[in-house]
Design a protein. Structure first.
Length: 148
């Protein structure tokens, strides 16, 4: 994870981590889930003297994406599921689901250019999962982008 020089990539990494945790253990309170996550990040970064990285605009960027996905999960799943060519969304790995949901949310609700969204999603799934997931994520998000 990139914590020494925080960027939007870092914020997306945080969003994926929150989404993955929420997929495994659904929170009843999104704000408490976020606060718990960022408290852990700050604790980890205090060791390296980088606690301020978990604050400010990047935190807002991550929270916007986390809450956007969580509040629109059924809609996003409805967009993604038909594009999986006979696979059930819940047969995918947790990371792949989180990345596909985040990428679909960004394509639908943000002003981030589609190519940037897709490239970031492919890099994130490669980082958190495996290179074998790159093609799946790229293909599905490309279809979402073209349908938009």
């Amino acid at each position: 994870m990139n914590t020494t020089n925080p960027t939007r990539r870092t914020a997306r990494e945080w969003a994926i981590q929150m989404l993955t945790a929420a997929d495994v253990n659904p929170p009843t309170d999104l704000a408490a889930h976020e606060e718990s996550f960022f408290n852990q990040i700050v604790d980890l970064e205090d060791v390296d003297g980088g606690a301020s990285n978990a604050r400010g605009k990047l935190r807002q960027f991550a929270v916007e994406r986390f809450e956007g996905v969580m509040n629109n999960k059924d809609e996003l799943d409805g967009i993604i599921s038909p594009l999986l060519d006979g696979w059930d969304l819940y047969r995918l790995g947790t990371v792949e689901r989180a990345v596909l949901r985040l990428g679909t949310w960004e394509l639908k609700y943000s002003d981030v250019p589609p190519r940037v969204t897709i490239n970031e999603a492919v890099d994130l799934v490669n980082w958190f999962s495996s290179s074998r997931s790159r093609g799946l994520v790229n293909g599905v998000l490309d279809k979402v982008s073209k349908a938009k």
